[in-house]
Ligand binder design. Structure first.
Ligand code: NAD
Length: 424
């Protein structure tokens, strides 16, 4: 709840810059609908287990609610509330016609078989049936969810609606497999979108390549970002996942293909889940092992948190040595840490723009489904580049003009778009 209130404080600061009425501020601060549900899962053993699920629909002034579904043991109403709010800001920042939503199941996916995961995903979809839809609320992948899970949701949704307009109905969820109506480029979109923004940012900051990077999290976002940065002249000197990290103390930078090779060897849950484990790579390729905490404090040019929220805190912000923190995870920096980093002149580029590439290509996927089109990868990536660079340019300009942090500038940009569309 603390993180949510802190995000609201930034919104309030943005509102002050725009002379927003208190009523309007309250409206944008309050979730329109919070759904908490529980349902029984029949386990492979025949036993029943009660599963808890959440979906928060924060605001739909710009369009249907939009945001990921997370399967993680830490998922709860407070977390989902914050993430749904951040989705409202993010979608407004990149100027796509979606509102803010988020959801998830409070489970550790590693503890279930693939069949059990499919049954619980399908049941969750049936429970959410009246509250999701292509023009109502469009979920997407997030931590521990992927295209296979999105395909199950689309399939279950369509089955239960019993209609033939398949292409449009598939737009109930994005991040599907390409064979099932997904967009080309969605898998890499969050990492690629982040890369487009990072390139502009290092240009503005006149940081010269090769730049060293430490990256926390090696799932969809982290592993794709690592490859793209590696291919574009950045040196990835540390990577980690939930089990710990590896560090190239020679600072030459990892061969990311080797890291991925190992990740594939170690993939588990039928290659469907958490194939981000690089924990044994160190032994095999003779690199140093470090903890996730140590990774954050490495002397690198750029630190990229790409796992979970609240990892950069008042406790470690004084020890961070990176010159730039680029937030690919949602909410990785606590407000207290943000202040400390600001006073130490360590620049933080905010999540609401850095990782918006995923939802941007989700929007392209939705659009393709709704209009029965198939875009080429080149078209998807070109349009993604344009959206991300435009958002960056706007944020940078506001930050310079108003002499505010890049985070506050992002909120001001989002607020301007939200106010324009809000009608009573
Ligand atoms: P993922 O499940 O594919 O990967 C998560 C990674 O984080 C894994 O490597 C996992 O081992 C690691 N991890 C989990 N707990 C950790 C811990 N306590 N310490 C260190 N590492 C840990 O998830 P993802 O889709 O890559 O999402 C990562 C972050 O990016 C999340 O904050 C998510 O909300 C955000 N995000 C994702 C997308 C997307 O398109 N997938 C878009 C925008 C933002």
């Amino acid at each position: 709840m603390d993180s949510f209130n802190s995000a609201l404080k930034i919104l309030k600061m943005g509102a002050k810059h725009l002379n927003l009425s208190n009523g309007l501020l309250q409206h944008l601060s309050t979730a329109q609908r919070s759904i908490k549900l529980s349902f029984p899962l029949k386990k492979d053993s025949g036993d029943l287990e009660i599963i808890k699920g959440y979906r928060v629909q924060h605001n739909n002034v710009l369009g249907p609610y939009k945001g990921g579904l997370r399967f993680h043991q830490q998922v709860d109403m407070d977390e989902v509330k914050l993430l749904a709010f951040l989705m409202m800001i993010k979608n407004a920042v990149v100027d796509i016609p979606f509102g803010g939503g988020k959801g998830g199941l409070e489970i550790d996916p590693k503890k279930y078989s693939e069949k059990e995961l499919e049954r619980m995903t399908r049941q969750f979809t049936r429970e959410l049936l009246p509250n999701i839809g292509p023009k109502l609320d469009v979920p997407a992948p997030d931590v521990n969810t992927n295209s296979k899970i999105m395909d199950w949701i689309a399939d279950e949704y369509i089955k239960n609606l019993k209609t033939n307009n398949l292409s449009k109905l598939k737009a109930v969820v994005t991040g599907k497999s390409v064979e099932n109506g997904g967009s080309l480029g969605r898998e890499q979109a969050t990492g690629l979108g982040g890369f487009f923004v990072l390139e502009k940012l290092v240009g503005k900051l006149k940081m010269k390549k090769p730049l060293t990077v430490a990256l926390q999290g090696f799932g969809n976002v982290g592993s794709n970002m690592a490859s793209i940065l590696h291919d574009n002249g950045y040196k990835i000197v540390a990577v980690s996942d939930v089990k710990g990290g590896i560090y190239d103390s020679s600072f030459k930078g990892f061969n990311i293909d080797l890291v991925k090779e190992c990740r594939l060897e170690k993939g588990f849950l039928a290659g469907c889940y958490c194939i981000g484990s690089v924990c044994d790579l160190a032994k095999k390729y003779d690199q140093g092992i470090i903890s996730n905490e140590e990774l954050l404090e490495l002397p690198v040019d750029i630190l990229i948190p790409a796992a979970l929220e609240n990892v950069i805190t008042a406790g470690n912000a004084t020890k961070i040595k990176a010159k730039l923190i680029f937030e690919m995870a949602n909410g990785p920096t606590t407000p207290q840490a943000d202040k400390i980093l600001g006073s130490r002149k360590i620049l933080v580029f905010p999540d609401v723009c850095a990782n918006a590439g995923g939802v941007t290509v989700s929007y392209f996927e939705w659009l393709q489904n709704m209009t029965n089109q198939k875009w080429s990868l080149q078209k998807v990536n070109q349009k993604l580049k344009e959206k991300m660079e435009k958002a960056f340019a706007n944020i940078w300009q506001i930050s310079q003009d108003k002499k505010v942090s890049l985070r506050l500038a992002s909120y001001i940009l989002a607020l301007k778009r939200l106010i324009k569309k809000t009608k009573f």
